[in-house]
Design a protein around this ligand. Structure first.
Ligand SMILES: *Cc1c(COP(=O)(O)O)cnc(C)c1O
Length: 408
């Protein structure tokens, strides 16, 4: 039998040959547009810290105070003796922010998905996913053992066909899962139509607002708020690691949902509680998002989105880039640039071309990650630009000029 390392060596070689090899880059600075990365100072357009809260003094202070009062670790799972005051305060803060009865916090968004779908569904049931949902949801759906069906991205006709099929031939419950703002494309789900459809067919709906919370809606709760459908979504999911600026994940909805998940979600039950610093920082982030800081930063990031889009998408009108949810992103010969979110993908196609484009930008002092399979489909590699409220208009102009210089 060949040794483990020999087998892995072969596998790694084929990953490299496909242009899919990955490594971690060492960052020696805080999360900000100015990254000290692999010993170089780079202007970064890569973080999901959309509002620049990860290094906000309020979050840092909340984390430090929580450490001083509650220590570095929690010692046990939430259900044993690890359910500290900061977790309870955070869950109350999220419920009040999102306008739901209850919230359950998990160690990460990934853990929230992985605990929730298998707790709700079994082999009798059916789970229907948008083609582009995040890996955490795909993994959770598989783990549940439910019959898994996928509908074409944002395609309501395809979804309806599957729902009709399920009502004819499946006995159990049906759960539809989508993201609201899609993580790698930045386009939006047609949540209003999805809600109508799932209600017509008696299905449940779970919406992952990972890239929408803090950015959409009058109170910045997310796209469900903006489209006024939050009350019709049975399960709202999110992460505390993106616009909120901290770490952790959550599910919010009814009190019964939270009670049930606390009893049945294995990633909640069998995992040590999130550290007090993370919970307290997240509470501070939620509080900032709801106040003047959130209002001003969200307005600024949308201003930057409009600025970059108007430089790159002459076909689009310059005054509003928030096109209707579900509308197709604009296409152009070599790339397309959506402007419905601070996620602005430049689709390159081949994995190696995407890597070359990212390397060329780095030569100009700009860091934009090349996103490849398995994060996106094979042959749909891209540069994923993300804008943050901590960028300045000048920095975004520098990015725009670099992209034009490289003809990307
Ligand atoms: C990042 C992300 C998650 C996972 O959240 P973490 O807190 O990072 O584990 C889930 N869903 C989507 C759409 C994401 O982008």
């Amino acid at each position: 039998m060949s040794s483990l390392d020999d087998v892995l060596d072969q596998r790694l070689q084929s990953i490299r040959a496909a242009g899919l090899y990955r490594h971690v880059r060492r960052v020696d600075s805080a999360q900000s547009p100015h990254l000290r990365l692999d010993d170089r100072d780079l202007l970064s357009f890569s973080s999901n810290d959309y509002l620049g809260l990860a290094e906000h003094p309020d979050l840092k202070r909340a984390a430090i105070e929580a450490v001083e009062r509650y220590g570095a670790g929690c010692g046990a799972s939430r259900l044993i003796c690890g359910s500290l005051a900061p977790h309870h305060e955070l869950e109350e803060a999220i419920s009040s922010f999102k306008g739901t009865e209850a919230t359950l916090v998990f160690g990460s968004g990934y853990a929230a998905a992985l605990g929730t779908i298998p707790a709700l569904l079994g082999t009798e049931d059916t789970v229907v996913l948008d083609k582009l949902v995040h890996a955490s949801i795909v993994d959770a759906a598989r783990l549940s053992g439910a019959k898994l069906r996928v509908f074409a991205h944002n395609d309501l006709n395809d979804l309806e066909e599957i729902l009709l099929w399920a009502s004819r031939s499946r006995k159990g419950k049906v759960l539809v899962v989508t993201e609201s703002a899609f993580s790698m494309d930045g386009d939006l789900a047609p949540l209003k139509d999805l809600v109508q459809l799932k209600e017509r067919h008696g299905a449940w709906l779970m919406v992952d607002e990972a890239h929408a919370t803090g950015l959409y809606g009058l109170r910045r709760r997310g796209l469900a708020e903006e489209l006024n459908v939050a009350a019709h979504i049975e399960i709202q999911m999110g992460t505390l690691g993106k616009a909120v600026g901290a770490s952790g994940g959550y599910i919010c909805g009814s009190r019964r949902l939270a009670d049930y998940l606390l009893n049945r979600a294995r990633s909640f039950i069998f995992s040590t509680a999130p550290v007090p610093a993370a919970a307290a920082a997240a509470t501070a982030g939620i509080s900032l998002i709801q106040g003047e800081t959130g209002r001003a930063r969200t307005a600024h990031v949308w201003e930057l989105v409009r600025q970059l889009a108007s430089q790159f998408a002459p076909a689009q009108s310059g005054n509003s880039c928030k096109t209707a949810p579900g509308s197709a992103p604009s296409d152009s010969p070599a790339w397309r640039l959506t402007a419905t979110s601070p996620i602005l993908p430049l689709i390159i196609g081949s994995e190696s071309d995407a890597l070359r484009a990212a390397a060329a930008l780095q030569e100009l002092g700009i860091f934009v990650p090349a996103i490849r399979y398995p994060t996106v489909a094979r042959g749909a590699a891209r540069l994923r630009i993300t804008l943050s409220a901590s960028h300045t208009a000048q920095e975004v102009a520098r990015l725009g000029n670099a992209l034009q210089e490289l003809a990307l």
